[in-house]
Design a protein around this ligand. Structure first.
Ligand code: PEP
Ligand code: MN
Length: 269
């Protein structure tokens, strides 16, 4: 079976500006782990725009393991992200941590992210299902594929069918990497469900030196997109600097991904 005939199973999610996730083109979503300032977000968006990328990510409400770590700028972060995205005609993806934040994140974002730690936060899934914005549902880092698909169904049964799944690595026994990218899961979702599936090689590896290889593997396995952390100055990042691509390496990264996409008979935007 050719990659193209496998893709026929996927129901693409249509966004504004004629962008589709799960169509022929692989969608490279990029941006900082956390929105930290207007200047930081502007620098990322400017580079993305120059490369023809269309969706900027950035956390405003951050699910941090430690309560002492930076928790995000909240509403101010969402406002910065929206303003900068509109300046460059980009779409926005950002995370909602709880039911009470969902309307706010929906107001400022084009895609609402539900993070790994919240994959089985059922009231959040139900609320996500009762509103129309597309949901990026990350896999829980200790969840099976069946639990993940059941979580997606908690959303669809409430009405919202616009779900993009995201494989972001699962917890393994080896501390050399932050998580283990489950490439088989990408192939499995792609061939056996109608959901578009993207991969997050940043959280999967936790290491910037491994991000390109993991991203190549994800595309080769059939991923419809990537969610990649990028920062103008990773050493000074307030979260996830170790796994963030420096902005100046983004053009080479895009070139690298374009080659793998082409080998799969796909474009990349
Ligand atoms: C993120 O995308 O910044 C994030 C917190 O991801 P995850 O939920 O996969 O840990
Ligand atoms: Mn992060």
């Amino acid at each position: 079976m050719s990659p193209k005939s496998k893709m026929a199973n996927t129901n693409p999610i249509s966004l504004s500006n004629n962008l589709k996730i799960g169509g022929t083109d692989i969608v490279l979503m990029a941006g900082p782990c956390s929105v930290e300032s207007y200047e930081q977000t502007y620098a990322v968006a400017k580079s993305m725009h120059a490369l023809g990328l269309r969706v900027i990510r950035g956390g405003a409400f951050k699910p941090r393991t430690s309560p002492h770590a930076f928790q995000g700028l909240g509403l101010d972060g969402l406002k910065i992200l929206r303003q900068v995205a509109d300046e460059f005609g980009l779409l926005v993806i950002s995370e909602a941590l709880g039911v009470e934040q969902l309307p706010l994140v929906a107001e400022y974002s084009d895609i609402i992210q539900i993070g790994s730690r919240n994959m089985q936060h059922f009231p959040l899934l139900w609320a996500a299902g009762e509103q129309p914005k597309p949901i990026l549902l990350k896999r829980g880092f200790m969840s099976t594929i069946q639990e993940w698909l059941a979580a997606a169904e908690h959303i669809t049964t409430r009405g919202n069918q616009n779900i993009i799944l995201c494989e972001r690595g699962i917890r393994g026994f080896d501390s050399s990497t932050r998580n283990m990218l489950d490439v088989s899961a990408i192939a499995h979702i792609k061939t056996s469900t109608h959901f578009p599936i993207i991969a997050d090689p940043s959280h999967a590896t936790g290491r910037v030196d491994l991000v390109p290889a993991a991203a190549r593997a994800a595309i080769a396995a059939g991923a419809d997109g990537l969610l990649v952390e990028v920062h103008p100055n990773p050493a000074a990042a307030l979260s996830d600097g170790d796994q963030s691509l420096p902005l100046e390496s983004l053009p080479a990264f895009v070139d690298d991904m374009l080659r793998i996409a082409a080998a799969m008979g796909r474009g990349l935007i």
